[in-house]
Design a protein around this ligand. Structure first.
Ligand code: PHE
Length: 348
């Protein structure tokens, strides 16, 4: 963990060991250049506290780029509750309350909301102890908004790769049909896509498949499954030197944060001729909705327009990347860096 702290380019990590639940809590604040930090809170079992810290740091950096990418006056941060074992519902609620106390103690330096393992119910529990939580004052569940952004991203990807944004008849593989994956499947089904889905929770996959007419594949078979667009909508760091050579898709566009295990994986995908749509752009819909509706006083129609503009942003990113012969991730990072260098809108 010392090494991770030394190497990180972020501002600070607030850390706590929770003895009752034998859990580690990390609130990573990556950058407050554009404003107070905000990002979701993630709760899951990690094989070591170190893995939890690593995830928090990477996710917080992703939030910095995400907020800069949509030009919102918000900084990047993320909360990770790293469990050592699965907890029962009561233990979990108590832990989330203590987590809420910790968020409150930062007095607005970090505000949070839903993420993997922290659904709308858990957000309510955190909200018992802190005001610095998004999702309780109008925006509700960010999942469907994130799904709308990913759907729009896929249309941009399809235009780039297949020449038309129409997804009718395209084969789309969705990995993870949770809070984002499930509403995404609904949109894809309505657009006439041919859906293949997988989820660690097989029952969940069958349930969604029943609703949208999808074929369920085993989680192990995901990387070899031939498809037009692969949509990772579960955990991150799944694209690496082992999985990329196995992929049989033309493009990757999903909601999971940090899909690439290391920066070189962007080049690996390029070398294979697979268009990788940068995750922190694709999945900004939830963040836009939560912050737009609950902090920036945007109307729902404005939020929707902003989420849909993700498609245009991606079209520009793909074209920049092509001109400079670089990966779309590099092009997207460069755009975000320009916003960060400029600073918050009021200072511009
Ligand atoms: N966790 C989601 C994300 O990473 C949504 C979220 C954004 C939650 C910002 C809270 C604050 O985009």
């Amino acid at each position: 963990m010392e090494e991770l702290m030394r190497r990180w380019d972020g501002e600070r990590v607030v850390m706590r060991y929770d003895a009752d639940a034998d859990a580690w809590i990390f609130i990573a604040i990556h950058s407050t250049r554009l404003g107070d930090a905000s990002g979701g809170s993630r709760l899951r079992v990690y094989s070591s506290p170190r893995d939890g810290l690593w995830d928090a740091q990477r996710l917080a950096a992703g939030m910095t780029y995400k907020w800069a990418g949509v030009d919102f006056p918000v900084g990047g941060g993320k909360g990770v509750i790293a469990l050592s074992r699965a907890l029962d519902a009561t233990e979990c609620d108590r832990l989330l309350e203590r987590y809420g106390d910790m968020v409150e103690s930062l007095r607005g330096g970090f505000s949070t909301g839903a993420d993997l393992g922290v659904g709308p119910e858990s957000v309510r529990v955190i909200g018992r102890r802190t005001r610095y939580v998004f999702g309780l004052r109008g925006a509700g569940d960010p999942g469907p908004w994130t799904a709308l952004g990913v759907f729009t991203s896929m249309r941009a990807v399809a235009r780039e790769v297949f020449g038309s944004p129409d997804l009718e008849g395209s084969k789309v593989l969705v990995q993870g049909v949770g809070d984002v994956g499930a509403p995404l499947c609904q949109r894809l089904a309505a657009a006439g896509a041919n859906l293949v889905i997988a989820d660690l929770d097989r029952g969940r996959a069958e349930e969604v498949a029943g609703l949208v007419e999808a074929r369920v594949v085993d989680v192990q078979a995901v990387y070899e499954e031939p498809c037009d667009i692969f949509a990772p909508c579960a955990v991150g760091a799944i694209l690496d030197e082992h999985t990329i050579p196995r992929l049989r898709c033309r493009a990757v566009a999903g909601s999971a944060n940090n899909q690439l295990k290391s920066p070189e994986d962007a080049e690996r995908l390029m070398a294979r001729g697979i268009l990788y749509s940068p995750d922190f752009i694709n999945n900004a819909g939830g963040a836009i909705a939560l912050c737009g509706l609950e902090a920036l006083n945007m109307a729902e129609s404005e939020v929707e327009a902003k989420v849909l503009s993700i498609g245009d942003t991606l079209a520009e990113i793909f074209s920049d990347a092509l001109t400079r012969c670089e990966s779309p991730v590099r092009a997207a990072e460069r755009r975000a860096m320009q916003v960060l260098e400029r600073g918050p809108p009021s200072a511009a």
